[in-house]
Design a protein around this ligand. Structure first.
Ligand SMILES: Nc1ncnc2c1ncn2[C@@H]1O[C@H](COP(=O)(O)OP(=O)(O)OP(=O)(O)O)[C@@H](O)[C@H]1O
Ligand SMILES: [Mg+2]
Length: 317
């Protein structure tokens, strides 16, 4: 308190407080030094441990590089476990012919995403085999294989950067016109055009916050630019409103037209876009066929239809 008659003036106190702040900072920094040092060392140790880890998936000794790709895939008695204990996929067999599309449906955790992880060799099978264009994926050049497979994943990942940078990631030499064309096809161009900076709008944590549907459509544009032989669309489970859903549906159609595709589907409209439906439960294919016959069969698909798809249908009507 400033007592009346004290020698300290308001000016003195102001100066004192300002100087104290200046003195306190370096002392505080010095005290924190040890904490920072220990934290950094722990971080370095973890980074180097990571670098020292053996790479599990590697190119074969004589990698096959086919000249062209049609995108056909087959699973032949595939068994798979992430940890070597719990069996996730059990004796999965199916064939996807070039230019055709299949929908994979099944309860959450049944192994749908796991199945598609095996195609670009994010993991290798524990039994049986996966072939791409009639060659075992373990014999193909990894870079070539991954170039042929385009995945729109469940959790869309966009970089902190501009929409343009996110698109160019798929094909660094894409022209402006090609990017615009891809955005139009993916049904996101109206949105891009409405931003002040257009394609140069920043997105991600440090930029514009996009809705789930918008992110997914940018991700579709990205895959369109990549123009892969095989398209995998791992549909997000989160509910979208019917307008967003329609926009995504319109974006998917040009993607799968004339292209070999796998659609992991939660929405009836996506399921119906495919030529064949595989129903997965507990890591096994339990039913396969067309929508009508599967509903009539009264099995797992019919139950999923009752509980999930038909409700979505009502909502839209
Ligand atoms: N990287 C991983 N490591 C260990 N276990 C995993 C891994 N990824 C998935 N799993 C397990 O494998 C099982 C199948 O998971 P998967 O992601 O394939 O299910 P899903 O059918 O795609 O489900 P959803 O419809 O919810 O996406 C789950 O029990 C899951 O916990
Ligand atoms: Mg999944």
């Amino acid at each position: 308190m400033i007592r009346y008659g004290s020698d300290l003036t308001v000016g003195d106190i102001t100066v004192l407080v300002a100087l104290l702040g200046k003195m306190y900072m370096p002392v505080n920094q010095l005290l924190n030094f040890q904490v920072e040092w220990i934290r950094s060392m722990a971080m370095f140790t973890r980074i180097f441990e990571y670098f020292d880890m053996p790479v599990e998936i590697q190119d074969p000794a004589n990698p096959v590089v086919p000249r062209e790709a049609t995108g056909c895939v087959s699973f032949d008695h595939v068994n798979f476990s992430y940890d070597g204990e719990r069996q996730i996929l059990k004796d999965v067999s199916f064939e996807l012919k070039a230019g055709r599309s299949i929908a994979i449906v099944g309860p959450s955790g049944s192994g749908k995403s796991t199945m598609i992880n095996l195609i670009p060799r994010l993991y290798d099978v524990n039994g049986g085999s996966v072939t791409f264009d009639h060659v075992d994926v373990r014999k193909l050049s990894l870079a070539w294989l991954r170039q042929q497979v385009g995945i729109v994943s469940q959790e869309t990942y966009l970089f902190n950067g501009t929409i343009r940078e996110n698109l160019l990631y798929a094909r660094p030499d894409a022209t402006e016109a090609e990017m615009i064309e891809a955005c139009k096809k993916a049904n996101i161009y109206d949105f891009v055009e409405n931003q002040d900076k257009g394609l140069d709008t920043m997105v991600g944590n440090r930029g514009l916050k996009l809705s789930g549907g918008e992110k997914q459509r940018i991700s579709i544009a990205r895959v369109l630019l990549k123009d892969p032989a095989l398209l995998v669309f791992d549909e997000a489970t989160s509910a979208l409103d019917s307008i967003s859903e329609k926009k995504i549906q319109d974006a998917i159609d040009p993607l799968i037209a004339d292209r070999t595709s796998i659609l992991i589907a939660h929405r009836l409209s996506t399921i119906l876009a495919a030529d064949e439906i595989l129903v997965v439960k507990d890591g096994q294919i339990v039913e396969r066929g067309q929508h009508e016959e599967l509903v009539k069969a009264g099995g797992v698909y019919a139950e999923l239809y009752e509980t999930q798809f038909s409700k979505a249908l009502e909502k839209r009507e």
